[in-house]
Structures are given as structure tokens and as C-alpha cells.
Ligand binder design. Sequence first.
Ligand SMILES: Cc1cc2nc3c(=O)[nH]c(=O)nc-3n(C[C@H](O)[C@H](O)[C@H](O)COP(=O)(O)O)c2cc1C
Length: 367
Amino acid sequence: MAKNPLHTKLCDMLEIEFPIIAFTHCKDVVEAVVNAGGFAVLGEAMHTPDEIAADIKWIRNKVGNKPFGIDLVLPASVPPTGDLDELRKKIPQEQMDFWLDMKKRHNIPEPKGQIDLHQWGGLNKEIARSQLDVLLDEKVPVICSGLGNPAFILKDAHEKGIKVFGLVGKARQAKKEAEAGVDAIIAQGYDAAGHTGPVGTLSIVPECVAVAGDTPIIAAGGITHGKHLAASLCLGAVGVWTGTLWLASREGDNDMIIKDRLINSTADDTVYSDCISGFPMRVLDCTWTKEWRDDKAPKVLGAPYQMLLSSDYIQAANDHRREDLMTEAAGQGVRFIESMKPSRQIVLDMVEEALEVFENLTGMEAF
Ligand SMILES: Cc1cc2nc3c(=O)[nH]c(=O)nc-3n(C[C@H](O)[C@H](O)[C@H](O)COP(=O)(O)O)c2cc1C
């Protein structure tokens, strides 16, 4: 009998059935994916240490002993300390005036509540460290760093039996992280939602495989179908890391306006820009991204200052459900988000689709 092509080194490392990792901000998606035989990582970069501890407890209640991960951002290039109000005062007048003028022209209201950004780990190093300490105290099975080299936490994490994954957009970062001893590397291509580098998924994955030695590489960026999973394994990856795939899922907590938009979008409805956070990222095109593309737009600020500007816009758009303003991170694979499926179904469909590719290629039943 042929070997099951979907049983990879990642399945053994994480004791999972399918080499599919969901990155999500929604705990219900984590529960569904983990209980369906995949692996899930909860993005907690915007949460307080207490919230993170409570979420870890919630997940443990739902998945028992099955492993899961928590993702933070640990960027090196942000100030050591400083709260939102202090940082806001440093926004140059030119950019502030541009935003205030945009606000007037598009009749953008004030956000209803406090800006979520207060606790963003990308704001300053102190916040990121306090978030990280919870993950170490709680001994979460896997810590992922979405931004920044996690080498500095390896010793503490490994002593507690925690695995550490790093997410990279360039092969030289993968080499550095592999040499430092991370347990796996997510090679994320330009196709991806959110912060990402300029190298396409088809190139970055085998480049990272070539330089990472024995460190397993997980493919990310534009992966929304079993064909992408099969292709990623052919490129030498041990599994896939997916974000956009879960945004319109039944459990996903995105607004229905965004779910509808994702279901009706294709790759060219997404744009790659640094105007949201100061780092290049891929999102659904919106008023904010269009405005910053205009010839009259000022220079985009660095992190975290650009994020301070955009957070008012994003939160107002969401709080008031302004369809003309709302946006979300979305990858180029968005074309294959075709309906609001339960997350468990998404996992199983991706597995079926990938097995079908292998069967068609080899003319044999996959396993
Ligand atoms: C809505 C959304 C928010 C994201 N936020 C983060 C984040 O906070 N930290 C992180 O490491 N990655 C974040 N990402 C990127 C994902 O981890 C993942 O690398 C990316 O979604 C992969 O590309 P894909 O969406 O095309 O599958 C986000 C992705 C999405 C869709």
C-alpha cells in the first residue's frame, strides 16, 4: 500500500492527523480545527496578559491534552516602552492632517469604544515581553513569533518543553532561525494575508527548505485549497500554515460584511501596502489603502506610528459597520473561499482535495 502523503514529520512532531495549521484570532476556530485533527494557533498579539491566560484555559477545556499554539509579535524595531498617548504625540503634523482631511471627506465617525491597539505587542517591547511571560508560565505547547526572531526565548521555552516556531519572509531569516534552534519555520510568501515579505510562496518555500537543514519548513501564503497543500508538500514543506482560509468559516467571528466580501473576492481585490502598520502587509483594498496610494498622500510612517493612525480608521469602520470603509487582512488565495463552511469541514475538504491531487498524479490510491 502507498504511504499516506499527508502523514508528514509535522504530524509526528505535533501528534496531529493532518499537516494543516490554522492561524486565527477566534478561539472557536482553534477548538474546531484541533478537534478535527489539524493544529491551530491563536493570535494574541492584541491581548492583555490576563486575557491570554484566560484564553489558554478556555482552549485547554475544549481540546483536552491536544496541542495548540499561541502567536505573538516580537519585532526588534519598536521602542522599549511608551503608551498610546505618548506615542500619538510623536505623529508628524503632515500625516495627521492628511488623516483628518480624509476623515472629513469620507464622513468617517469616531470609533465607539477604546482602540484595541492599547495592548498590541508591536507597540513596545515591554508589552511583548509581558505577553510572552504568560505563554512561558502556562507552558503552552507551541509559541509562534509572527514578527521578529524568537531566538531569545528558545532556552526558556525549551527548558519548559515548549516548541518555538518562527515565521519568516526571507531565506536568510530562515537560516538564522534554524541555526538558533527553532523547532519549525513558517516560510511565508508574498501571497499571504497580513504582514509579509516580497518573495512569492512558490519561491520562498523551497529556498527556506534549501537553507534550513533538518529544521522543518511549513508553507504559508495563499493556501486555501487542497491543491495548495499538495503543492506545498511537493516543494519540501512538512505542512501548511493558513490564515485567510478561516476568516469566513462558520465559527469565525468576522462581521458578515467581511465574510461576504471574502466569499466574493479574488486575488486582485487584495493589495500589498505598508500604509496600515508601517510594515508591508496584504489586505482587502479599501478607502484607506486607496487614499495612501494617491499622489498627494504623505510618506507612510514607520512602526508603530502608522498603525496608530490607521487604528482609528479601522475601528471606526468596524464599530459603525461601514461597508465602504471596512477591510481585513486577506491573502491571494481568497478566490477559493466560496462559502461559510464549518472549520471541521474546511479541514476535511482540504485533505480530500490534496489526496485527489496525489491520486491523479500517481494513478494510485493515496493510501
Ligand atoms: C486577519 C488576519 C490577521 C493576521 N494577524 C496576524 C498576527 O497577528 N500575527 C501573525 O503572526 N500573523 C498574522 N496573520 C498572518 C497569518 O499568520 C498567516 O501567515 C497568513 O494568513 C498566511 O497567508 P494566507 O492568509 O494567505 O493563508 C494574520 C492573517 C490574517 C488573515
